[in-house]
Write a protein that binds this ligand. Structure first.
Ligand SMILES: NC(=O)c1ccc[n+]([C@@H]2O[C@H](COP(=O)([O-])OP(=O)(O)OC[C@H]3O[C@@H](n4cnc5c(N)ncnc54)[C@H](OP(=O)(O)O)[C@@H]3O)[C@@H](O)[C@H]2O)c1
Length: 358
């Protein structure tokens, strides 16, 4: 029996140990939420979660609500500590990817919110997870607190997804709403988004549409059966070309402008694009305001499903991460006890696709 499996078996009676990589906006939210809801999670899900290590770069930073004794700046200390689940919240492609691979090797399942990594290397990571018998949850990587990954992978598992249409970037939507409702110029609206914490100091990743394209790539990978990389090409137009006059002209036609990511099947495969488009005021996405996200999924059998809510932010994103952690923890426990986790819990959990071990 492999070392990791032996370690898992011996762990059946103890709390599920969590190693957290990163203690920034989402990481800190996760640590606080896991601690605040520890008793409730145990009562409802039957698993006790124990955050044992938290990786940071700077040990001297103030991190209210986080026990300093958990902090380390040594990634090996976390990954080789024997934790059951590693929660990757440092972001970026590397070292995040390497740390996730290493976690699989040391027998841990992984939960991540890292859309950039999944869009760039998700398929390889999923293969590696499956090969090492590990699981990876990533609900939080798309639309933060909106359980869209679970909706596609579980809710629509019995249907065929025809199209995805979504406002996947809160920064763009906040900027467009300010322009539309207060007649702000584009640059002023971006500055206001920065002042209010809805845009980075360098807003290019959001404003130029790359962030939305990364999220669309993940959703398409989950919901569409595409065969070639050419089918996965996303036509991308950012927000910079939208001016006040465009918004005024749209309004005169009874329409609004939204920055929308679209994927739909065509006779040749699929059409994927991210662009500012005009929508009738009655369209569901037209009513999505400020920094919120919204997604319309169209299933062949079920028709349109509409999701909206907070697509980012410390707590909404941390809640989605925690849901994945609970689901994996239940599943680990179920596997050790020779059964699957209770169906009702799994179905009601907004946890993400868990690939790897069945
Ligand atoms: N923020 C959101 O609303 C949101 C929403 C959805 C998804 N996400 C995703 O969640 C992930 C985390 O985002 P965030 O906003 O929480 O990021 P963040 O605030 O920048 O936090 C990153 C954390 O990782 C640590 N870190 C970074 N590089 C490291 C390294 N090489 N070694 C050790 N520690 C390192 C940082 O340490 P120090 O604190 O010491 O600098 C910090 O604690 C990203 O993948 C992001 O795309 C975020």
């Amino acid at each position: 029996m492999a070392r990791a499996d032996l370690r898992s078996l011996s762990s059946s009676a103890r709390p599920v140990r969590i190693g957290v990589l990163g203690c920034g906006s989402v990481g800190r939210g996760f640590v606080q939420l896991a601690s605040a809801h520890r008793e409730r999670i145990l009562a409802r899900s039957g698993v006790e979660l124990d955050v044992s290590h938290v990786l940071v770069r700077d040990l001297t930073k103030d991190r209210p609500g986080v026990d300093r004794r958990l902090l380390t700046d040594d990634a090996d200390e976390v990954i080789q500590s024997g934790c059951d689940i590693v929660v990757e919240l440092i972001g970026g492609i590397e070292p995040a990817g390497e740390l996730i691979r290493s976690s699989f090797e040391y027998g841990a399942d992984v939960v991540t919110a890292n859309k950039a990594l999944l869009a760039a290397a998700g398929r390889t990571l999923f293969r590696e997870a499956a090969a090492s018998g590990r699981r990876i949850g990533f609900e939080a990587s798309v639309c933060g607190g909106i359980p869209i990954v679970g909706a596609i992978t579980r809710g629509l598992a019995g249907d065929s997804l025809e199209s995805i249409q979504g406002i996947l970037n809160g920064t763009c939507n906040y900027v467009l709403t300010r322009m539309e409702e207060e007649w702000m110029e584009f640059d002023d609206a971006v500055r206001l988004a920065q002042d209010n914490g809805f845009a980075e100091a360098d807003p290019a990743l959001d404003i130029d549409g790359h962030d939305a394209a990364q999220k669309l790539a993940i959703l398409v990978e989950l919901g569409f059966d595409l065969e070639s990389d050419s089918e996965r090409t996303i036509a991308l137009t950012g927000l910079r070309e939208v001016g006040i006059s465009d918004i005024a002209q749209a309004r005169a036609r009874g329409r609004v402008i939204r920055h929308v990511a679209t994927a739909r099947h065509t006779a040749d495969g699929a059409e994927l694009r991210v662009a500012p488009i005009e929508l009738p005021r009655t369209h569901r996405l037209a009513g999505v305001r400020d920094e919120n996200n919204g997604v319309v999924l169209r299933g062949d059998a079920v028709g349109d499903l509409f999701f909206s809510g907070k697509g980012a932010g410390s707590m909404p994103t941390a809640a989605a991460v925690l849901a994945d952690v609970i689901e994996i923890a239940q599943s680990r426990r179920g596997a050790l006890e020779g059964r699957r986790p209770a169906a009702s819990r799994t179905a009601s959990s907004p946890g993400g696709l868990v690939l790897g071990r069945a």
